[in-house]
Design a protein around this ligand. Structure first.
Ligand code: FAD
Ligand code: DLZ
Ligand code: SF4
Length: 518
């Protein structure tokens, strides 16, 4: 008999470990375990999402004729870890071998690699073919490059999938990339309706009760929980996105509007990352809408680039760079994460609204994550490990394979530029251009110094100044350094003093938000 453990982010009916298996001779194992629910203190909505999706998936598998063991969190015999639960299942069923799809996180993969020795059984670890680019192909691509630029990987991926490729092998529309059309400031009116909601059913309500009891001290609220927890609902959310928001997704991809929590974004990452949707089906739906003339090319291409370009590149970089990536700290930053990342209490309107969205929805869109909260943390010199923990906790789509490269690489430049060619650092001017936050903020985005000056301004220049030894050689930063060096010594001293005053006023977060205090 074959024992097939399925992890909480592997909830896909076409999972590689199930292919070709005789249902009568296999036992599937899904495990709710304390180790996963508490290794960081996840946002309540993330725990509800994963456990509810697991329970729904187990029911669907049974209905499909599989024999399924499902271990609940509150089962008194629950050992609390994947390894412990697999050990118990081995005792129960005495399988002849195990089969599992490779894990999405380094620490879990290392545990799985120990199972064969531990249990004295053959363990087949199957490649995760829900990703379009197999890892060996990514490593080969990386080995052939001096710089690991996403755009060149993306073009290979277009050829690999045939998405937006014409019969003569050229990119549809004659261009690979329409990014220059995708930087419009926010739309004036608020023209959109919210993404479709999926109100909790009985299974989800049970899990909500469990989480409100056992995880009540975790970050976040569940009042607005309405995420899809089945493949059918995730597909409905995809259809809703394609018709309602994809047409304008490209144009307003980088825009931010106070109180508009999702704008034209898809909100599909939570479903994709736990397996309810696959990247390929989502991209095919976007391309089909373009071919039907329902969405413009800049929108379809922009979306497909995020999916087969960025998402796959990020995943490849995780496995290429781990475990060193987890410890990366290029700038040697040591400041504690400010308290407002948890409370939302700050006068900076952009940060307050982004944290509110995060708390209420376990969500923020890309530019809130990158150019508001990530940018602030890097400019302020926050310890990147604390920043990474925060991101892993607060977003319902966060798993280490996608969170670490985005946070430690793209947003904090803690890897020294392996992933991005320059730090994503911006002053208040960028946020003002791409949002309406500054209009309602008590700070003045035009000012660099003074009590009411936007903190991002002095912090931006102070960041460049502080790190000049490490960054001056970066060819993409010669312009800001040229500007900084045109400032007189007096101005420079004022900026440094302004940044110091502000940083000294920041209160560090109380311990225990991200990881339980031992
Ligand atoms: P949309 O804007 O609609 O984009 C469509 C899809 O493209 C997303 O669903 C996602 O699957 C994919 N995508 C776009 N950009 C990226 C990217 N950089 N990396 C991976 N996938 C991408 N994404 C996560 O899924 N989990 C994370 O933990 C995560 N942490 C992030 C942390 C930081 C600091 C930054 C800058 C980005 C992070 N992202 C993460 C990427 C991106 O912000 C989210 O995928 C996106 O905001 C999810 O919302 P959406 O589904 O509405 O995305
Ligand atoms: C995120 C998460 C949570 C909160 N709980 C569980 C769980 O109880 N059981 C489970 O199988 N998976 C859970 N997950 C997702 C896992 O953390 C994820 O599958 C691994 O980290 C992938 O390596
Ligand atoms: Fe953010 Fe500065 Fe604008 Fe205030 S003025 S919203 S702090 S960028």
């Amino acid at each position: 008999m074959l024992l097939i453990p399925i992890l909480g982010d592997q909830l896909t009916h076409g999972l590689a470990s199930l292919a070709g298996v005789d249902k009568a001779d296999a036992r599937l194992l899904l495990m709710e375990v304390a180790e996963e629910t508490t290794y960081v203190r996840h946002h309540k909505a993330k725990i509800v999402l994963v456990l509810s999706a697991m329970r729904h998936f187990a029911d669907e598998l049974r209905a499909d004729g599989w024999q399924v063991d499902y271990v609940r969190l509150d089962d008194p015999a629950n050992s609390g870890s994947f390894t412990g639960e697999v050990a118990r299942a081995v005792e129960r069923h005495r399988p002849s071998s195990l089969r599992i799809v490779e894990a999405g996180e380094w620490r879990v993969q290392k545990a799985i690699e120990g199972w064969s020795g531990q249990f004295g059984l053959p363990v087949e670890i199957v490649a995760d073919d829900r990703f379009i680019c197999p890892l060996p192909d990514f490593f080969a691509w990386a080995a052939s490059r001096r710089e690991l630029v996403m755009e060149s990987f993306y073009r290979q991926q277009r050829h690999r999938t045939g998405l937006l490729i014409e019969p003569d092998d050229t990119p549809t529309g004659g261009q690979w990339n329409f990014d220059k059309d995708n930087r419009a400031p926010p739309p004036k009116a608020r023209p959109l309706r919210e993404p479709q909601r999926f109100p909790p059913d009985d299974i989800t309500r049970d899990v909500i009760a469990l989480v409100e009891g056992s995880f009540r001290h975790h970050f976040g609220t569940l009042d607005a929980f309405a995420l899809p927890v089945t493949a059918a609902d995730a597909r409905a959310l995809l259809d809703d996105f394609i018709t309602e928001r994809l047409p304008r997704f490209g144009t307003y991809q980088d825009a931010m509007l106070e109180g508009a929590d999702f704008l034209y974004h898809s909100r599909l990452s939570t479903s994709l990352n736990c397996g309810l949707l696959t990247a390929l089906e989502v991209c095919q739906a976007a391309e089909a809408a373009f071919r039907r003339g329902e969405v413009p090319l800049n929108a379809a291409e922009g979306f497909i680039r995020q999916m087969i370009g960025w998402r796959e590149y990020i995943r490849g970089m995780y496995w290429l760079e781990m475990p060193a990536l987890g410890e990366a700290n290029f700038f040697g930053n040591t400041r504690d994460l400010p308290d407002f990342y948890w409370t939302g209490e700050t006068d900076m309107a952009c940060c307050a609204d982004s944290v509110r969205n995060t708390r209420d929805n376990a969500y923020a869109h890309h530019i809130q994550r990158l150019m508001v909260l990530g940018n602030f943390a890097m400019l302020a010199g926050i310890d990147p490990a604390q920043v990474a923990d925060w991101y892993l906790v607060v977003y319902a789509d966060a798993y280490e394979w996608v969170e670490h490269p985005n946070v430690l690489g793209m947003s904090q430049f803690a890897d020294g530029g392996r992933l991005g060619t320059k730090p994503y650092a911006g002053s208040g001017a960028y946020i003002n251009r791409m949002s309406n936050y500054c209009k309602g903020c008590r700070y003045d985005v035009k000012k660099r110094v003074g009590k009411d000056a936007c903190p991002f301004n002095a912090l931006y220049w102070d960041f460049l100044d502080r790190n000049e030894g490490k960054l001056r050689g970066n060819r993409r930063l010669w312009q800001p350094y040229a500007t900084w060096n045109r400032f007189g010594e007096e101005t420079k001293a004022e900026v440094r003093a302004q940044a110091k005053r502000f940083l000294d006023s920041l209160e560090g977060a109380a311990p225990g938000w991200a990881r339980a205090v031992p």
